[in-house]
Ligand binder design. Sequence first.
Ligand SMILES: [Zn+2]
Length: 344
Amino acid sequence: MIKRVFIFAALILSASCSAYCAPNVLKNIRYHSYPNKTRIVLDAKDAITYTIEKISSKKIHIRLHNITPVNKFGKIKHFLFFPIYPRVTVNDRIVKKVKLKPAYHSIDTVFKLSARNTSYNIFYLKNPDRLVLDFIKVSNKRKIKVIVIDPGHGGFDPGAVRKYRKGVIFSSKIKEKDINLDIAKRVKKYLKGTDTRVILTRERDKFISLKHRVGLAKKYKADIFVSIHANAAWDKRMSGIETYYPRKTRDKGVSLKKESRKLAESIHESLIRHMRARDRGIKDAMFYVLRNAYMPAVLVEVGFISNYYDAKLLKKSSYRKKVAQVIAQGILEYKNEVEKQKGE
Ligand SMILES: [Zn+2]
């Protein structure tokens, strides 16, 4: 019972205060345009309390509470019967204007935006009391900055292996893990000097779990993931290059899959154009590293170790060098394609 009385008393107090206490005063509205940001500052006599009423791509509506504007922001003129609210015209690339609708002890401020992709930041500063709103132009232009190259297998996992064959060119075993690593390192080398950062999931002959490979790409916020492998088949006649993109992706939508497919096309077409290999096509697959990647991801099978001719080529460093160069070229073509897309 006591509790209830207490709440009732508190309600009356706050109600009476908003009605009779001297409200805060909105003194001025300032703005400053920066290249990618517009700052609007609301100067007040005391601390401003506010609520965000509505946000759309074109305007943000903020209500300031228990406040009255100084005269120049408080006068509502009329044209015929339509009210013309006081406003501050900004008209830069980001903000059009700030409209003020003063009501009884509150002011509705509506920020009309010129740019669509705008994010905002509201914060409060004291001495003097002011509410600062930063409207920031968000560029949705995608850039390819971080590239993760993933040489398949490694350590105790050799991948496909071609054993020594008497009387032919092979003096030792060809292990897929070595070919993958060599090509990956060369791809990195070719991408050096471009405005990208290239990270290999392994720099040496070491076992790395698939989960760790994907995790690494996520950690470095990779923009694309390119896994390099060599094929093997029971049928020794099988040869050529094939490139995979994920059949299913993390984002459940079409974009990661679509982008992965584009990346696959770019790399694969570059390979087929420049290497005289059989075109085994661009295929979708459920490989772990593709399915679990957070970014466009592809897996390139650069040739069949189980095929005599492919293996003979892959054993040559000049061939691996060319493969790497062509993969790097495909990556750069994709990067170029992505980055020249219009941002807005
Ligand atoms: Zn493999």
